[in-house]
Design a protein around this ligand. Sequence first.
Ligand code: HEC
Ligand code: HEC
Ligand code: HEC
Ligand code: HEC
Ligand code: HEC
Ligand code: HEC
Length: 263
Amino acid sequence: MLKKIYIFLLIVSLFIPLTTAFGDGLGIKKKNPKPHEFGDLILNNFSTKANRAPVLFRHWLHRAKYTCRLCHVDIGFSMRSGETGITESDNENGLYCGSCHNEKEAFGPTSTDTSGKDIKNCDLCHRVGKEIPLRNNFYEFRKTMPRERFGNGIDWIKAEEQGLIKLKDYLENISIKRPKIDDPAALTIEPHEKNMPEIIFSHEKHAKWSGCELCHPDIFGIKKGAEPYTMQEIFDGKYCGLCHGPVAFPNMDCQRCHTKLAQ
Ligand code: HEC
Ligand code: HEC
Ligand code: HEC
Ligand code: HEC
Ligand code: HEC
Ligand code: HEC
């Protein structure tokens, strides 16, 4: 056992420089984002060019209310920052952010106050570089959540299991009704490196947020071991690293995946 831990630590020390270089915060291009910034993205394909402040998108706030699947499959946001190419007219036509930011699910581009006057909400989204108070306070929210060490510092899995957050997986007029698919069993993934602790991969826990479509067939193929990959590729943002790093807990939390060591 001691020998195993020694080898593990040795391997960790080899990988640490790589995690700081590639591992985390790719979205907002910051090496070590603060817990409230982890998962934040700045959207600026068109805004600055159109004399508008760039748009802030906060994953923590949205993922506390909706599944990843709803946004990344039903609504169709890309899992690569900037790739969707959202425009304001898309939003006005009820696509992308406008699937929800339409005065029904969430605030729209304009609201009407009690006296019937129009209020423009542009700056709530087009806020980067401006001093506009946020509507939702991260640290107030986190106070009520089970904690983890990295990323947002929240154990999102427990939060969902304990009913502290309830995730919507369906939007009227956007989602289609899908038959319920049973989650396949958890898998043990054996790393190429023989002395590395194995990984328990829970289909049940992942499918709750991601359905099946976020991973199959694009990321992992359809058969166990069909597509070999390495830890380096995960650090580079592929396979597990597509989500773990930018939005799900980051790759420096080795033991949360290489769980056999923790036992
Ligand atoms: C309310 C909608 C919404 C929800 C819920 C959501 N996302 Fe996203 N996500 C987005 C948007 C918008 C983008 C940016 C797309 C673009 O720029 O084209 C994005 C981008 C990403 C990226 C790319 C980040 C980068 O740095 O390149 C990843 C990875 C991602 N999401 C994973 C997730 C995971 C995992 C979940 C669930 C835990 C999730 N998302 C939940 C809307 C959402
Ligand atoms: C729910 C968030 C949200 C709100 C509210 C919002 N926008 Fe946007 N807007 C976006 C996003 C996302 C983009 C695409 C960002 C990018 O890549 O530059 C965008 C892009 C734009 C652009 C860039 C050019 C184009 O046509 O796409 C303009 C101009 C714009 N918005 C104006 C407005 C105005 C004016 C308002 C208020 C009446 C407004 N927006 C409210 C999210 C929002
Ligand atoms: C699936 C529904 C959904 C989608 C899609 C969605 N949002 Fe939201 N968004 C919400 C809800 C609900 C809130 C919380 C409402 C509030 O703050 O009043 C929210 C809040 C926000 C806030 C307020 C943040 C704060 O704390 O001040 C911003 C900014 C925002 N969204 C931007 C976006 C942008 C930009 C997009 C598209 C790239 C987007 N949202 C897509 C549902 C959505
Ligand atoms: C977060 C990503 C992710 C999600 C979500 C996911 N899977 Fe998987 N799935 C995997 C990985 C990783 C493997 C193993 C692939 C490998 O070893 O190459 C796998 C393997 C499989 C296998 C092959 C198992 C075997 O023993 O050969 C099946 C079948 C499967 N998944 C079905 C599903 C179904 C059905 C869903 C939705 C309920 C789902 N998966 C959701 C990542 C995912
Ligand atoms: C589509 C996005 C996505 C992909 C791909 C993905 N995960 Fe996850 N994973 C998540 C999300 C979301 C959570 C919830 C926790 C969080 O967000 O921090 C999670 C949680 C976990 C957990 C914690 C489970 C627990 O019981 O606490 C482990 C372990 C894990 N993932 C391992 C993996 C491994 C190994 C792979 C690759 C084979 C992988 N994940 C691929 C999104 C993803
Ligand atoms: C999101 C889950 C996850 C996290 C976090 C994670 N790993 Fe891995 N790791 C994997 C998976 C899946 C494999 C299997 C790839 C393979 O076939 O070797 C793996 C394989 C490895 C291997 C085997 C050799 C190789 O390159 O594939 C080493 C060494 C390794 N990881 C080290 C680490 C270290 C050190 C950390 C922390 C800095 C870490 N891992 C964090 C999922 C993870």
